[in-house]
Design a protein around this ligand. Sequence first.
Ligand code: PMP
Length: 404
Amino acid sequence: MKRIVRTEGAHLVDETGELILDAISSWWVITHGHRHPPIMQAIRDATEAYGQIIFAEYTHEPAEALASGLIEIAPPGLAHVFYSDSGSTCVEVALKMALGFFHNSGTPRRRIVVMEHGYHGDTIGTMSTGERGVFNAAYEPLLFGVDRLPFPAPGKEQDTLDAFEGFCRTGQVAALLIEPLVLGAGGMKMYPATVLSELKRIAERHDSLLIADEVMTGWGRTGTMFACSQAALTPDILCTSKGLTGGALPLAATLCTAAIFDAHLSTDRSRTFFHSSSYTANPIACAAALANLEVWKNEPVGARVDALSAMQEARLAPLQNNRHFADVRRTGTIVALDLDVPGGGYLADVGPRLRAFFRQKNLLIRPLGNIIYLMPPYCVTATELDCAYAAIEEAAQRVAEGTV
Ligand code: PMP
């Protein structure tokens, strides 16, 4: 355990003054860097006027301006914004919107389809949609059933599409909930945009909704602002959090189409979208997110994302033939390397040993079992990245020798 006293750019600083490279952006929330100055300034400014403001019958400028700004940059056709405060809650909201849409339209549908290895949060609802295992076994009796698609591994894409078509034919599928292009916490599994486009086409054919969980993939991580745009599609519902405030404060948003919004009439109690939370649209968090939108407009963030993607590719290429890795892959700025160990997987016991190794090296890298991944803030330098890759190669070598 290390006690952190300060953060700066791509680093955490511990109480002994040591710099720790945050190679996973503190669970993928930090995009530009820790304490990015314009976002911190906006937070300071907002505290001059605001604390918390109830967000029911009362509104405020940061929430309104942010909603307009989000609609502007979101895939075209998303027209409304609902605020919450974490990745889990914005997905929970999305599930309720999808089920509410069909209920309110007089054609109730009950099934949610998800992808094998997906992760969408730790509330009872979102846990129900994720993988089952030791981490949620205690709650199993309360989790609801979902239909799971096989992961579209290379050569198996058609199986995924056929399975989805099969589920949809029941006429019971309200929505496909999916992480576009990269399934994060389930092992940084990557699949092509063409599969996502096809899934959307199937959903449309059966009047099912597509919920894009862009909690991890949003804000440039996969090379574009949102991953959905690489499949040239607009989801019916889009979930975003983490990079929404540049990672500075907790905030989340669920964006939806006019059709979904219109199915929820606030004047008709039987059709109201009943979801309220004390801190919905906290004005200081909204001001931070607004400042983040300005950063994207005023600073060359897209160029930084491209540069980081290229740096990652350059370091990844030589590892393709490294015998210690069973697979190495990249989507945009995200890189994953599967260590070739017996009994790999999310819970592989090499995970905690690797974490300790990297902690000793002052590197914040937290492998998912045998899957080592890098998702640094966009301000990381080539030299810093070199250190991370050198440590990863050393770790792989030492795991093979049995000394880690
Ligand atoms: N969805 C995805 C795709 C995520 O990666 C995460 C968090 N890792 C969540 C939802 C849940 O977000 P939070 O931890 O903020 O609740």
